[in-house]
Design a protein around this ligand. Structure first.
Ligand code: PEP
Ligand code: MG
Length: 565
């Protein structure tokens, strides 16, 4: 086998020898302890605080989004419920190691059962347990191998504690066996711009020391790459470096037509970094991210303070705020705590807000207050809207409470199919390609086993986007895209060709999209989009778009993925 396939994160490419992550620690035995319970408990208490201290230290060193993830892990290490459970298991005759192992496993099972966001946190818990057991054994915690020379790190998966502290001078790329497009590893790799391919089922076959080339654009890991392949990779790297270093200008096509390039944010503190990378405003502020751990609805005052902070970072600019999107991978206890067999198809998004209208009204009041207190141009939208009746419901309440611009997200195919009526009833539409892909392809976006269906290049998804784009044009309403698709430079051109008037993405992706848009006129973008629409599969659509794009610019771009998977 010369090529291994997975899901690429970003468009970069890197090569080096493989260094493997050490295997996890052996499971503690179930033998009864021969020591005093009090001694075992003391040892566990010391180990818990040593691990919490270490994680807090790493959190401080890491900063950025990793800081919160590591800080949360440090809290897990000292969770009172877990500490009590460990003590009870020691009293029951188990060793300290075994008690930690079982107590953490039990808690992990509970989180996994809860599904969605909570299930993703379960992996963090396993990592904390491993660190505590290593501390009890007096062996080094399982972690990143060290080397004096650059290497490609291959692992089953990376714990956030490891990803956060990667020495980017040494780790040139990451390959993981597990994980999907929404795993921690993928999110942190994207934020840190590390070349990564996740979900490589055959990653265990990569032997220590093997030379590999990791291509995030195609999601392919090539064993023993040829000189020619490496030279092509170098050309791509040089092109990507030039793009990242290019002066920041407003997003525009080659014919000068402006395409707003906006940022996706999940917390007010992310605003400054987005401005630095040239965000012309905010295209999606995911308000629910601020309240994932809350059991009670936030007050109008506290919400207004947060929204004012975000809006103040963008004076005179557009800021699109999304009302709370609860459900499935983002459960909010105060909006929907029902047990649902298929939560992605359940009472989520606007449906949950409508069932708790007082919470929706409070949020809109807080937003209206922030709108009056700042000079930003506030647009507010509802998540997971199904049809024109729901559109009218939301827009009416938003206007009643003083919101000047109110719109809806297009994430459900039914909304795309009703796009003309929806656009007429709304001030704007913003396409959430992550969910639109999930629902069009009937593939749960958090399930690794169906990750390959989560591809917004699929012509079925593109055709729905075209319906929304056309409806926007015929009703003169703006149509934004704020899902991950907008962060893929060539797909961004396709989206514009299908009618998107602005694109919103993780700020690290802005430079790549800005540079790609500048290569094509509107007519070019429409031709590229037309080629993708006619293709039979996602892979064929991407290749067809790349072929037309290369023809229009008269040379193949090293950042286009022309390899069909
Ligand atoms: C989307 O679904 O594309 C989107 C932008 O919303 P989220 O990823 O937060 O569900
Ligand atoms: Mg969504």
């Amino acid at each position: 086998m010369r090529e291994l396939h997975g899901i690429g994160v970003g468009r970069s490419v890197a090569s080096g020898p493989v260094l493997r992550m050490p295997d996890p620690l052996e499971e503690p035995t179930t033998d009864q302890r021969t020591t005093e319970a009090a001694d075992e408990k003391d040892a566990v208490t010391r180990a818990l605080s040593a691990v919490a201290d270490d994680l807090n230290r790493r959190a401080e060193l890491a900063g950025g989004p990793a800081k919160d993830v590591l800080g949360a892990q440090a809290l897990m290490a000292q969770d009172p419920g877990l500490v009590d459970d460990v003590a009870a298991r020691i009293d029951g005759g188990g060793t300290g190691e075994r008690a930690v192992f079982e107590a953490f496993a039990a808690f992990q099972a509970t989180l996994t059962e809860m599904g969605g966001y909570m299930a993703e946190r379960a992996a963090d818990l396993a990592d904390v347990a491993q660190r505590i057991i290593a501390e009890l054994r007096g062996v080094p915690a399982p972690g990143i191998p060290t080397s004096n020379t650059p290497f490609v790190l291959v692992a089953h998966d990376l714990a956030p504690a490891d990803t956060a502290l990667l020495d980017l001078d040494k780790v040139v790329a990451l390959v993981t066996r597990d994980g999907g497009p929404t795993s921690h590893t993928a999110i942190l790799a994207r934020a840190k711009a590390i070349t990564a391919v996740v979900g490589v089922a055959d990653a265990d076959q990569l032997a220590e020391g093997t030379m590999v080339m990791v291509d995030a654009a195609s999601g392919i890991v090539t064993i023993s790459p040829t000189g020619e392949e490496l030279a092509a990779a170098e050309t791509r790297t040089a092109e990507l470096q030039a793009i990242a270093a290019a002066p920041i200008t407003d997003g525009a096509l080659a014919d000068g037509e402006k395409i707003g390039l906006l940022a996706n944010l999940g917390a007010p503190k992310e605003a400054a970094g987005a401005v630095e990378l040239g965000a012309e405003g905010v295209g999606l502020f995911r308000t629910e991210f601020m309240f994932l751990g809350s059991t009670e609805a936030p007050s109008v005052e506290s919400q207004q303070a947060s929204y004012t902070e975000v809006l103040s970072a963008f004076p005179g600019k557009k800021v699109v705020v999304r009302c709370l999107d609860a459900g499935a991978d983002k459960p909010l206890a105060f909006l929907n705590d029902a047990e649902e067999e298929n939560p992605a198809l359940g009472l989520r998004g606007l449906r949950a807000l409508r069932a708790n209208e007082a919470i929706l009204r409070d949020q809109l009041r807080a937003l209206a207050g922030a709108q009056e207190a700042t000079t930003a141009e506030l647009w507010v939208m509802a998540p997971m809207v199904s049809d024109v009746e729901e559109t009218e419901y939301f827009v009416t309440i938003a206007k009643e409470l003083g919101i000047r611009v109110a719109g809806v997200m297009a994430e459900i195919p039914s909304l795309a199919l009703m796009a003309e009526q929806v656009a007429a009833a709304s001030d704007f539409v913003s396409i959430g390609t992550n969910d639109l892909t999930q629902y069009t392809m009937a593939a749960d976006r958090v399930l690794g086993s169906v990750a390959e269906y989560q591809n917004p290049w699929h012509p079925a998804v593109l055709r729905l986007i075209k319906m929304i784009g056309s409806a926007g044009a015929s009703t003169s309403k703006p149509v934004g895209v704020c899902g991950e698709a907008a962060a893929d430079p060539l797909l961004a051109v396709v989206l514009v060709g299908l009618g998107a008037t602005s694109l919103s993405m993780t700020p690290a992706a802005l430079a790549g999209v800005r540079a790609e848009l500048a290569k094509y006129t509107r007519v070019d973008a429409q031709k590229i989009a037309a080629a993708a629409l006619q293709a039979p599969t996602a892979a064929a659509a991407e290749s067809a778009a790349a072929a037309v794009a290369d023809e229009l610019t008269n040379h193949p771009s090293p950042t286009h993925n022309t390899k069909e998977k």
